[in-house]
Design a protein around this ligand. Structure first.
Ligand SMILES: *Cc1c(COP(=O)(O)O)cnc(C)c1O
Length: 220
């Protein structure tokens, strides 16, 4: 199937409360333009340099999401335009995002990335660390960020039950912490699910799926 057909197949199958982030990492501009012209305008990249390069080359009505690990010294490059950062995993990073957002007269929406996989290759906060951050005095002083949800990546395994359990536990944590509310904290997004597991993620409460290879084919 073509990229456009893949995109349509996915978008028509998603429940209305689920947002598709088309993961465009490693894909050339021409392929991004194919889905743009088909009407899709929410793109996710995992590296700052590639995100900035593509932002500069593409139409300005695209929403850019950073989905990969972010180093504090690179926040300044994306602060002028990024729509949502899915991968916030420390207070230090959040403070830098706040500082750079203020310089750009913006509020930057962020998700806290929670470590749910049974692997040690993935970034993220433990549930305990996330709760500590959510209740910290330091967070309550940040005026140019808003925490709008949580993100998690399941273990890369064929064991569906394990993946479902990981998503379910993050959904429970999301439901519990949604009761916290502050001017800069209001959880409405649960970003979980990629090509291999987005249907399971949706069954378990996802509201944002990050899908690359099911749209563009395997990355080379
Ligand atoms: C690459 C990536 C995805 C998409 O992966 P696919 O398997 O191609 O759908 C989703 N989330 C993150 C954080 C990624 O880096």
């Amino acid at each position: 199937m073509s990229i456009k057909e893949n995109l349509l197949k996915i978008t028509t199958s998603l429940p209305p409360h689920v947002t598709l982030i088309a993961v465009t990492k490693t894909q050339p501009i021409e392929k991004l333009m194919v889905i743009y012209q088909a009407g899709h305008k929410i793109f996710g990249e995992n590296k700052v340099q590639e995100l900035v390069d593509k932002y500069e080359q593409l139409p300005k009505d695209i929403e850019w999401h950073l989905i990969g690990h972010l180093q504090t010294n690179k926040v300044k490059f994306i602060a002028p335009f990024v729509t949502l950062i899915h991968s916030v995993d420390s207070l230090k990073l959040l403070e830098e995002i706040d500082k750079q957002a203020e310089k750009n007269n913006r509020v930057i929406n962020c998700l806290l990335q929670i470590y749910i996989a049974d692997e040690d290759t993935k970034f993220g906060l433990s549930y305990a660390e996330a709760e500590e951050l959510m209740h910290s005095k330091a967070l309550s002083g940040l005026k140019n960020i808003k925490i709008t949800g949580l993100m998690g990546m399941a273990t890369n395994t064929g064991q569906k039950e394990q993946i479902a359990n990981e998503f379910r536990s993050l959904k429970q944590f999301y439901d519990k912490t949604r009761s916290i509310s502050a001017f800069n904290f209001e959880l409405n997004n649960l970003s979980m699910g990629m090509s291999s597991d987005y249907t399971l993620a949706i069954e378990n409460g996802s509201t944002m799926v990050r899908v690359g290879s099911s749209i563009f084919g395997e990355r080379s």
